[in-house]
Design a binder for this molecule. Structure first.
Ligand code: NAD
Length: 470
């Protein structure tokens, strides 16, 4: 697809993109390897010059036009996401809508966030100086993305990068690269010079070589902790933005609207088969309502249908591969061996793994301490609010958290005390608006996405100072 524009001498057999549900062939992409990196960098260098030279109104117009084209092709994109990533149609449609918004926000950012006046006369002795800073492109950015939101997470990198006048070498997940290629086709049709975004489809070996390249100014990575750590070790002196995993806690206080909390938490835990970085993994429920919450939550979880994502009756699509489903099964088996009690689920068929709920999970287990990234949730009772906060903050990393309460003071206290990149009040952890700052807290948290914030990460201030003594 996009690679044909590059005329790379790709020698390795192509990558088959398989439907996660039934293993059927969805498409084939070239397998670009480390040997092609010099050519990719050459194209990237040229792209950086071209994008920096585009006036802001042109960058904005390209992003707007691409957004409109994607909106017109919303159904095609949604079908592609179902086929390559296994989301249900409703989930895929939501992702397409968000991608359109991300690109429109990026277009706006290109036009408004160009710099600031610097108040030089605020410093005694600088009264004769006036000046400003502009927001300049970084140059060449390598963007590496995961499989689980194969369209919108790519837009979160390309939109702000283009708005800021950068070139990007994009390495999408080898498991689901097709939505990214289609998105870039629309950007080019909207007038983006082809060299500005180079899509390089390949695996970890390609990723490693791109990360190591000296002329790359920034690695914008979304993916898992293990990969993030490998990238940090290889990158050398370049900017790193790391959007890694979560293990989201949601606190359910006894004074909350319980039916609303159950509703929201079921969606938060099982959306996209739990393959969601802000998906709810640990439900901390006050003892006074634990039984009622548990009964309502488990009844709702049991009713969720796992299976073919192309069917309207399906609530939970497949995991990305049978191996990913087996891994989830193994994490649950380990927790059960360590004394956890199964409340529902833990049934796997191929890549499909049904909604699984456990209680009495050992806090030393992987299921409590690490991201499971599967439709698996842990219920944990607590007595006091202080206890809930301590439980919420136990893991060494975090992204989002949530709390359900009818008490404003409790909500505000939770917002202050929970260590997370975002605290959702009377919502599960699974809420995100594409303009808000988005990122983690504690271990591995580097940078923020959310269009304005990614744009600022992807540009650098340049100061101009005029000394004009009177
Ligand atoms: P992953 O880390 O396995 O892969 C992500 C990307 O990194 C892929 O393109 C992969 O090919 C590439 N890669 C692998 N090894 C590499 C290396 N050594 N050097 C460079 N690139 C390499 O992640 P995944 O399984 O595709 O995605 C799931 C993870 O992504 C979860 O942990 C999830 O929480 C996280 N995620 C985070 C966010 C966020 O915004 N914080 C959003 C979605 C997903």
């Amino acid at each position: 697809m996009n690679l044909s524009r590059l005329a790379l001498a790709v020698v390795e057999p192509p990558i088959d993109v398989l439907n996660p549900f039934d293993g059927s062939l969805v498409g084939t992409v070239a397998k670009v390897g480390a040997a092609q990196v010099p050519q990719l960098l050459e194209q990237g260098r040229q792209g950086a010059r071209l994008c920096a030279a585009l006036p802001r109104h042109r960058r904005a117009r390209i992003l707007e036009q691409a957004a409109l084209a994607i909106e017109r092709d919303a159904h095609g994109f949604a079908r592609l996401i179902v086929d390559e990533a296994g989301k249900t149609l409703v989930q895929a449609q939501k992702e397409v809508k968000r991608c359109v918004n991300t690109l429109k926000l990026s277009a706006e950012e290109a036009k408004r966030n160009a710099g600031e006046v610097v108040p030089f006369d605020a410093y005694e002795g600088s009264e004769s100086r006036q000046g400003w800073f502009t927001r300049e492109p970084l140059g060449l950015i390598v963007a590496i993305t995961p499989y689980n939101d194969p369209l919108n997470l790519v837009a979160h990198k390309l939109g702000p990068a283009i708005a800021g006048g950068n070139a990007v070498i994009l390495k999408p997940s080898e498991l689901a690269p097709l939505s990214a290629l289609r998105l870039v086709d629309y950007l080019v049709q909207a007038g983006l010079p082809e060299a500005v975004v180079t899509v390089a489809t390949g695996g970890a070996e390609l990723g490693r070589a791109l990360v190591a390249a000296r002329e790359v100014r920034m690695i914008s990575f979304t993916g898992g902790f293990v990969t993030g750590e490998q990238i940090a070790r290889t990158a050398g002196l370049k900017k790193l933005a790391m959007d890694l995993g979560g293990n989201a806690p949601v606190i359910v206080m006894g004074d909350c609207d319980l039916p609303a909390a159950i509703d929201s938490c079921v969606s938060g835990a099982f959306w996209a088969a739990g393959q969601n970085c802000i998906g709810t993994q640990r439900l901390l429920v006050q003892a006074s309502v634990y039984e009622a919450f548990c009964e309502g939550f488990v009844r709702r979880a049991e009713a969720l249908v796992a299976g073919d994502p192309a069917l309207a009756s399906t609530d939970i699509g497949p995991m990305i591969t049978p191996q990913a489903a087996q891994n989830a099964e193994q994490v649950v088996n380990d927790a059960l061996r360590d004394g956890a009690r199964l409340l529902c689920g833990h049934r796997r068929q191929g890549s499909c793994y049904g909604a699984t709920v456990l209680e009495n999970v050992d806090h030393a287990s992987r299921l409590w301490r690490e991201e499971v990234f599967a439709p698996v949730v842990v219920l944990q009772p607590f007595d006091t609010f202080d206890e809930a906060i301590a439980l919420a903050n136990e893991p060494e990393y975090s992204l989002h958290a949530g709390i359900f309460t009818g008490n404003l003071a409790t909500a505000m206290s939770a917002a202050r005390r929970i260590e997370a990149g975002g605290v959702m009040i009377n919502d599960s952890s699974d809420y995100r608006f594409d303009a808000m700052p988005f990122g983690g807290s504690k271990y591995g948290s580097l940078g923020r996405e959310g269009v304005r914030f990614a744009y600022e990460e992807m540009t650098q201030p340049k100061v101009v100072c005029l000394n004009t003594p009177t």
